[in-house]
Design a protein around this ligand. Structure first.
Ligand SMILES: Nc1ncnc2c1ncn2[C@@H]1O[C@H](COP(=O)(O)OP(=O)(O)OP(=O)(O)O)[C@@H](O)[C@H]1O
Length: 259
């Protein structure tokens, strides 16, 4: 049954007027897996992520998290256990590093508005727990020394790390990363690779969109390739790397070769 999977997406389809950006895509992610999603520009990867996370209501198909159909609302998807980062950095630039992570904690805080306004004991306890968890995540991601700096003052690679820390603050069972190494130098990419392995080792499954082929093939247990909205092939790095259709559709292009 599907609850053996953290994520079980079946027949996901997304149409924008006359354009079918994603067509009947099935994808499963098991607990403890790192799965990659590749494909040329415009293949539908981000649209598929948006369908998984409730930003788009898919035209067709179902998305289950641990066997339960997800409501197509971003905050409910986060609450259910799926967190994500975006292709472009979306930090609160004028907030501190710690505050950014605390924002990601809000779906796990049970205290209501009234409790927050009167700052009762329940609120103070929840606040202290959130702070402790946020500091632990900063330690985990190597950002603890920068907790009090403004997010906008971090170097680019650390801003991306902070996005991951913020996503982890909701205690997800599945983390979706949309091009986590975009714009990174090789050293930052290696650090990100280590971080993703560490996230998986702590029990969070990962689904990652990437253009950096070396990164994807080193990192992922399984890789799926989308082309023009359809899943062309799925398998281990060796299977996907060696598939002529993938080579023709993607790796053989100048862009693929450069990645
Ligand atoms: N909101 C939207 N309205 C209309 N068309 C859209 C919308 N979002 C995406 N598309 C189209 O859907 C197709 C898939 O786009 P998408 O961004 O999902 O591809 P992608 O694989 O993530 O590409 P990239 O690697 O460049 O990020 C493209 O043709 C795009 O123009």
């Amino acid at each position: 049954m599907s609850d053996a999977y953290v994520l079980d997406a079946t027949g996901v389809t997304m149409r924008f007027g006359g354009l079918t950006a994603v067509r009947g895509v099935d994808l499963r992610v098991g607990g403890g897996e790192i799965v990659g999603l590749i494909g040329p520009n415009g293949a539908g990867k981000t649209t598929f992520f948006n369908c998984l996370t409730g930003l788009y209501v898919p035209t067709g198909g179902t998305v289950r998290y641990r066997g339960t159909v997800l409501p197509p609302k971003p905050h409910l998807v986060t609450k259910a256990g799926i967190a994500r980062t975006f292709q472009n950095i979306r930090l609160f630039a004028h907030m501190t590093v710690l505050e950014n992570v605390l924002v990601g904690r809000h779906t796990r805080t049970k205290e209501g508005l009234l409790s927050a306004l009167v700052r009762g004991p329940g609120f103070r306890r929840a606040e202290a727990e959130s702070r402790e968890r946020a500091l632990e995540l900063l330690e985990f991601t190597g950002l603890a020394a920068k907790a009090d700096q403004l997010a906008r003052n971090l170097p680019y690679g650390e801003q991306r790390k902070l996005e991951i820390a913020r996503a982890l603050a909701s205690d997800p069972g599945l983390l979706l990363l949309d091009e986590p190494t975009a714009g990174m130098n090789p050293r930052e990419t290696r650090v990100t690779e280590e971080l993703v392995f560490a996230i998986r080792d702590r029990g969070t499954a990962v689904l990652v969109i990437e253009h950096d082929m070396r990164f994807v093939f080193e990192l992922c247990d399984r890789v799926a390739c989308l082309v023009r909205g359809e899943k062309l092939v799925e398998g281990t790095a060796d299977v996907v790397r060696g598939d002529e259709r993938v080579v023709a559709a993607y790796l053989g292009t100048t862009e693929g070769a450069a990645a």
